[in-house]
Write a protein that binds this ligand. Structure first.
Ligand SMILES: [Zn+2]
Length: 186
């Protein structure tokens, strides 16, 4: 009995520390793995929580990929692959997600336009902005950051109406913003 007990003590003295080190290593590896996994999950969830591009906004022309809509100013029927928003209380236009400004341009039909590239293959564009856009190409923006004011610079859509033409792309293709943003229509 005594001999066995001594053998065990000797065994523990020799290998106990090694066994403990092994257990600690596994525990640390598991903790790191779980932490990394949790962080990944948090990032993707946050990325998909879109915020509205305008506050208290009303949709005046909806997205429709199937049926053309009538454009008074052009006197034409056209497919509308965006959502037009207006607001009586606040013309501020905000980025719908964190991202990078990848284009800022203007022309007579679309007015002043800002394009923002986000994670997960999303790109958003904001047309008919007033002169004096608040961001430049290459700027990093956060979700909810004001990028400009809605206006009537998109000559093909708005006459004296102050509005935003908002578009959302996923992997290079227009998608219905109503599928991602709660515009109160669906
Ligand atoms: Zn529009």
């Amino acid at each position: 009995m005594e001999l066995k007990s001594n053998k065990f003590k000797n065994f523990f003295k020799r290998y106990g520390a090694l066994a403990l080190a092994g257990v600690f290593t596994v525990a640390i590896a598991l903790t790191v793995a779980l932490t990394v996994t949790n962080r990944d999950l948090e990032v993707s969830t946050t990325d998909l929580a879109f915020q509205l591009p305008m506050n208290n906004a009303e949709v005046i022309r909806d997205y429709d990929e199937n049926y053309p809509q009538y454009y008074d100013i052009l006197n034409k029927w056209q497919i509308h692959l965006g959502v037009d928003l207006t607001s009586n209380t606040d013309t501020s236009v905000m980025s719908v997600l964190d991202g990078t400004v990848t284009d800022v341009y203007s022309n007579n039909l679309e007015g002043n336009v800002v394009e923002i590239t986000h994670a997960n293959g999303f790109v958003s564009t904001y047309s008919s902005l007033a002169d004096g856009v608040l961001v430049s190409e290459g700027d990093e923006v956060t979700k909810g950051q004001k990028i400009g004011e809605a206006s009537n610079t998109a000559g093909k859509e708005f006459d004296d109406e102050i509005a935003l033409h908002f578009m959302l792309f996923k992997d290079g293709v227009e998608v219905d913003p109503n599928d991602y943003l709660d515009l109160g229509l669906k």
